[in-house]
Design a protein around this ligand. Sequence first.
Ligand code: GSH
Length: 272
Amino acid sequence: MDTPELWQFTSSHFNEKARWALDFKHVPHIRHSLIPGFHVPVVKRMTGKTHVPVLKLNGIAISDSSKIIDALERAYPEPALYPADPEQRRRALELEDFFDEELGPYIRRWVFHVILPYPKFVRAAFVSHASPAAQLAQRAMSPLIGAVMRRQMEINPATAEVARAKTIAAMDRLERELQPSGYLVGDSFTVADLTAAALLSPLVRPPEFPYKAATPLPEPFAKIIDSLSTHAAFQWTLETYRKHRGESAEVATEASVSRTRADASRTATTAR
Ligand SMILES: N[C@@H](CCC(=O)N[C@@H](CS)C(=O)NCC(=O)O)C(=O)O
């Protein structure tokens, strides 16, 4: 079996979801970190779509974090993320779907609305891993990329307000769904907990999140985080990361490092 390969954005919650599943299952894997905006040709070549994460497993490129987890669950059943009990499994998958649909897109829209006016912070979060040439290209394109992101993600003050309300509603539901065990389903960590915690990570910013921006938080963003920090779902996310995020199973190979750099600078050059 070839080493699985993950194409990802570093600071992205759906990517964190797939990455956490690989780490949780201790699956040695190679990561290719792409630069938002310049990722399109690389990802399109593999899947015909543009979104990441994409996992190459046994020669097949799988896009979508839920499908990636499903494929990992079959290929690497232990430790399990799906409960063995059929009713608990149904509930865990239903909650995964709820957070994927009702939290993931909205928290992203709200957070980008708040941070896009601070391109230095956005760059530190998304491209600090890239080659100097690719970082320079991203910097030059940054006003354009900001405008494209606003258009693609339909970010404006009105949609951001709806996104804020949806995010808080999802946090409230998480609080209501918590079992006496402290988990969302049954007595142990499942795909439901992993999904909810990973998708809340852009706001909660747990210390165990594997990629950190070495730039201070923009003040409006820091205020929002502070105002939500006493919410039960916020505290639960911190605790879930502390207990379950575990060690990275990434294996870095010389070839993967130079290929990622080559991809980044080739796509940066194409975009210029
Ligand atoms: N439902 C997908 C959502 C993936 C997604 O929205 N990915 C974003 C990053 S968080 C992305 O790749 N955006 C760029 C694009 O679509 O071109 C999943 O669970 O993987």
